[in-house]
Design a protein around this ligand. Structure first.
Ligand code: COA
Length: 169
């Protein structure tokens, strides 16, 4: 399988915040944003792997800024690193100012997807070659995030998480 770039998986979804999607403070409900991010991330993972993909874990979500009713929200997803059968997808969420059109970063998140066959069994995926400085930084940090996720899920022993342990040495 030929390696791909993060740009080849880039997925951009832009949509409004409607009243039915808000909390009592008239800001976007967190679960609605999680669903939008999951959809964008799954499309990015499909574009990278060209296989059926399933969400294996949500590794990180930061709701740094509230997203008010009526906002134009853009969710941008890109595969940041591909492992054997799993992929890390990095999401950036932007709000667009109605008058100036200027975009402000509101939130970010990191999801892990696994490519599977028709029976749900994990299958190998292409490698990824990061290009920009940001893509390279996200690629480099992805292995320790994978190890942390596996340790927290009870699927890896802490002493085997060499990349993660190196942070504390
Ligand atoms: C995700 C799933 C396919 C993994 O199956 P599994 O039997 O654990 O398979 P494996 O142990 O071979 O793991 C497959 C890959 O997923 C990775 N993985 C599994 N759990 C993970 C976790 N919690 N965090 C990060 N990566 C994880 C493994 O490291 C492995 O990656 P690699 O092949 O790139 O090295 C399986 O758990 C599943 O189908 N879950 C349900 C998915 C789903 O329905 N999602 C929607 C939620 S409603």
């Amino acid at each position: 399988m030929a390696p791909k770039t993060p740009e080849q998986s880039k997925t951009t979804m832009t949509d409004l915040v409607l009243p039915s999607e808000t909390n009592p403070l008239n800001n976007l409900f967190g679960g609605e944003l999680l669903a939008r991010m999951d959809r964008a991330a799954s499309i990015a993972a499909r574009r990278h792997s060209r296989r059926i993909v399933v969400t294996a874990s949500v590794n990180h979500v930061a709701f740094n800024r509230a997203v008010p009713l009526g906002s134009v929200v853009t969710v941008e997803a890109k595969v940041s690193r591909a492992f054997k059968t799993s992929m890390e997808v990095f999401l950036d969420v932007w709000i667009e100012d109605r008058e100036s059109g200027v975009r402000t970063k509101a939130n970010e998140a990191i999801y892990t997807f696994v490519a599977v066959d028709e029976t749900g069994r994990p299958v190998d995926i292409p490698e990824i070659t990061p290009e920009s400085e940001l893509e390279k930084a996200r690629y480099d940090a992805a292995l320790r995030r994978k190890q942390l996720s596996l340790v927290l899920a009870g699927k890896m022993k802490a002493h085997d998480a060499t990349e993660l342990k190196a942070l504390f040495e």
